[in-house]
Design a protein around this ligand. Structure first.
Ligand SMILES: [Zn+2]
Length: 272
């Protein structure tokens, strides 16, 4: 019992620390800056940030959200990303314990968090991160086929019990549907319904979630539509306002990886 408490704290702290690095990636990657150099500095006064002012969440609280040298406000987004990362790592551990799948889940959740934040900032899902998620996904499926079950996170039965079939269907099905919708939408409205980034993000979820990527598409679209309509009503831009879709897909993916099989059973029960 105490043993698992120690592991849990360790996983959480690791998640916080990686969240801190995640903030660096979220800020620098879209700007084409190096991720390793220079060391953390305040974007306002360029002053270096000492290690004791860079402790995840705690430093932000102690400094009351302001830079120590110039008092420029540090957005609450920073500790929020750190905390979310810590909680997502904890979630992966709670789901899969100390198993190879935990690693797959941590990578998946962590990359989703970074992608969602970048999409919020820039309306883009950078290819290097999508590619990384895809490459690790392929490696995870290969490991499973070699007897070390890393991916998919949600094993299914029947024809989908093969990690390869599961990944291919999970990758292809939502891609075909979103591409179809994008084409129809573009003809009808003259603008994109789905961005190519969203299509690619769904595709690289395939190795992680298998056919459950269809549920991510469905749930993400519902969440996005509800929030989009609320946001458009409040915005002066109205329906012309752009709402990034990536954060909804990312949120839906985490929900599905936790509750997907239960949701599916519930839905199938409604049909029966
Ligand atoms: Zn400063």
């Amino acid at each position: 019992m105490e043993y698992s408490l120690i592991i849990g704290v360790l996983v959480f702290v690791l998640g916080l620390a990686f969240g801190s690095f995640g903030n660096v990636v979220i800020w620098r990657l879209p700007r084409g800056e190096s991720l390793s150099y220079p060391a953390s500095h305040c974007p306002e006064c360029d002053g270096p940030i000492a290690w004791y002012d860079n402790v995840p969440v705690a430093s932000w609280l102690i400094l009351r959200g302001r830079c120590r040298s110039c008092s420029a406000p540090i957005p609450v987004r920073y500790p929020a990303v750190e905390l979310t990362s810590g909680l997502l790592w904890l979630l992966a551990w709670a789901q899969f314990g100390l198993s190879p799948r935990t690693l797959g889940a941590i990578v998946f959740y962590y990359l989703l968090l970074i992608l969602a934040a970048i999409d919020l900032d820039t309306y883009r899902l950078p290819n290097p991160l999508i590619g990384l998620m895809g490459a690790i996904g392929v490696a995870g499926v290969a490991a499973s086929m070699a007897g070390l079950p890393v991916l998919p996170l949600l094993p299914a039965s029947g024809v989908f019990s093969s990690p390869l079939v599961s990944a291919l269907v999970g990758c292809g099905a939502p891609a075909v549907i979103t591409l179809g919708i994008a084409l129809i939408y573009e003809r009808a409205r003259g603008r994109e319904g789905f961005g190519m980034g969203d299509v690619k993000l769904l595709a690289v979820m395939g190795p992680y979630l298998g056919p459950y990527t269809l549920m991510v598409l469905f749930l993400g679209s519902m969440l996005g539509a509800v929030v989009g309509v609320i946001a458009a009503r409040r915005s002066t831009e109205g329906m012309a306002m752009r709402v990034p879709f990536g954060p909804f897909l990312a949120g839906a993916a985490v929900m599905v990886s936790v509750a997907g099989p239960a949701l599916w059973l519930w839905y199938a029960g409604l049909l029966a």
